[in-house]
Design a protein around this ligand. Structure first.
Ligand SMILES: Nc1ncnc2c1ncn2[C@@H]1O[C@H](COP(=O)(O)OP(=O)(O)OP(=O)(O)O)[C@@H](O)[C@H]1O
Ligand SMILES: [Mg+2]
Length: 171
């Protein structure tokens, strides 16, 4: 039998890489903005946490930094996916970004109607990632936001087979 690292999350075989306290909603947005600068095509960020944990808040900070403007970022609660084009004048080789909220996805197979086959070419942010079932990539950066009173904690995990551990040194 192979021994598992003690910090691994049994459900996903993820290892906890970083735990950050987020005192205010500004801190949650800032974490998203810092992540935006290290993401590249093919990266998937899975955003977990209870209703109202702050997943969309983090996505908003990330998307505004990605676009380079402080713009309105709607929650894809009903559309299930929202698509963002980079400013190609300033970042000619930047990929598109897809922001998913899969809470209302009834069947994992329905995900193919949302552009899921493009995930290797785009940056993806996925709220309620478990709804993707077997289609969620094991290479995702997993961010779980935990409600702690009126504050939050973000636990960043990834498979040790991925390169997220070294990439997060730049966070
Ligand atoms: N670090 C924080 N401290 C306190 N409040 C926060 C923090 N981060 C986010 N919030 C607040 O949490 C609330 C819910 O945020 P948000 O809509 O982002 O949650 P969500 O996880 O996307 O919810 P849902 O599951 O419904 O999609 C917002 O009012 C936001 O301002
Ligand atoms: Mg949300």
């Amino acid at each position: 039998m192979t021994a598992r690292p003690t910090s691994s999350n049994d459900k996903l075989m993820m290892d906890l890489l970083l735990s950050l306290d987020l005192a205010t909603d500004r801190d949650t947005r800032d974490l998203g903005a810092r992540l935006a600068h290290m993401l590249q095509a093919g990266d998937c960020v899975a955003l977990r946490g209870n209703l109202g944990a702050g997943k969309t808040t983090l996505a908003r900070g990330l998307i505004c930094a990605f676009l380079g403007v402080d713009t309105e970022v709607p929650s894809p609660t009903f559309t299930l996916v929202q698509r963002y084009q980079p400013d190609l004048d300033n970042q000619p080789s930047a990929p598109e970004l897809l922001h998913f909220d899969l809470y209302r996805l009834e069947d994992p197979e329905d995900i193919w109607e949302l552009g899921w086959e493009e995930l290797d070419e785009v940056i993806s942010l996925v709220e309620w990632p478990d709804k993707a079932g077997p289609h969620l990539s094991p290479g995702c950066l997993d961010i779980e936001i935990i409600i702690m009173g009126d504050q939050r904690r973000a636990n960043l995990s990834a498979s040790l087979a991925s390169n997220w551990k070294s990439r997060l040194n730049d966070l």
